[in-house]
Design a protein around this ligand. Structure first.
Ligand code: CO
Length: 294
């Protein structure tokens, strides 16, 4: 009798493309690397933006992000190191620090500020923009802080530590679950010489961003501060049966892994507003200028 496990071989997605981010600044002059934006929004639907920030120079972050609006998507801020105070027009306030996550659904609109509460030391982390489906773009705003201790974590037999911010990895449910886009957001710490695998639904677009060390995926090297877009099952150069991602680290490595189900809806962005049509963007500007954001 055949053992089913020997027939159902797991197979990893490969690396389709390596992306080097663009150095820029945002807010009141916060220096950051924009890893995902513009043309990649279609390829990595439902993800709209990924900014990586990392500096021990206060001049790079001290001014923070004063009051600004958002409509039509979710912002997920993951603070590896540092302290930032959030306030918004829906009445939410919170302190985001070392290892914590702030998940904000802007929905029909919020005005918020994110201001550092430190005058020196390292500030390091990520801000991700996750799109909302058309039918949820005008939903009520939602906000939650997850201090580091509330992020589910597991350790594999090879000593890989996995923090599950969203979705589900190897049976461990994350802090946040979302219908429609079904995001998976992992922070993965891999010791030198170790390997790690996690399942990826074949519907999902996915990528990794290495922020320390380096990994190899299906023989392709992804260096520090690089994004690797994972090829979708059935695409060129990728076996149709790929059902996971398997990565190996030759040195101690830290990376984030994102995957999400594409919305396949039109994306019309004007700065902090992301809607489906130009008309909805005009409406967002009118609403904002007339003080109709919460
Ligand atoms: Co913002």
């Amino acid at each position: 009798m055949n053992n089913i496990a020997t027939i159902m071989q797991h197979q990893s997605r490969g690396i389709e493309r390596i992306i080097e981010g663009v150095a820029t600044s945002d807010g009141a002059g916060v220096k950051l690397t924009r890893v995902l934006s513009g043309k990649l929004q279609k390829r990595l639907d439902p993800f709209l933006m990924l900014d990586a920030f990392s500096s021990d120079n206060p001049d790079d972050y001290i001014a923070g992000f004063p009051d600004h609006p958002h409509r039509g998507f979710e912002t997920v801020t993951y603070m590896l190191s540092g302290r930032m105070r959030h306030r918004d027009s829906a009445g939410h306030e919170g302190l985001l620090e070392n290892g914590g996550v702030q998940w904000m659904t802007a929905g029909r609109g919020v005005i918020h500020s994110e201001i550092p509460e430190q005058e020196d030391g390292v500030m390091e982390g990520f801000q991700l923009w996750l799109n909302l489906p058309a039918q949820h773009k005008m939903a009520a705003p939602w906000y939650r802080d997850f201090p580091s201790g509330e992020i589910p974590e597991y350790v594999t037999p090879q000593g890989v530590t996995v923090r599950v911010i969203a979705g589900n990895s190897n049976g461990v449910a994350g802090a946040v679950t979302r219908e429609v886009t079904e995001p998976l957001y992992l922070d993965i710490h891999v010791p030198a010489g170790a390997e790690f695998s996690t399942a990826l639904p074949d519907t999902h677009n996915a990528f990794i961003y290495v922020y320390r060390g380096a990994v190899t995926v299906e023989g392709v090297h992804v260096a520090s501060r690089r994004m690797g877009i994972l090829s979708n099952p059935g695409s060129l150069g990728n076996a149709s049966g790929a059902d996971n991602v398997t990565l190996a680290a030759t040195e101690e490595t830290r990376l984030i892994l994102l995957a999400g189900k594409p919305l396949n809806e039109p994306i019309v962005q004007y700065g902090p507003f992301v809607m489906n049509t130009q008309q909805e963007i005009h409406q967002a500007l009118n609403d904002f200028n007339n003080g109709h954001f919460a």
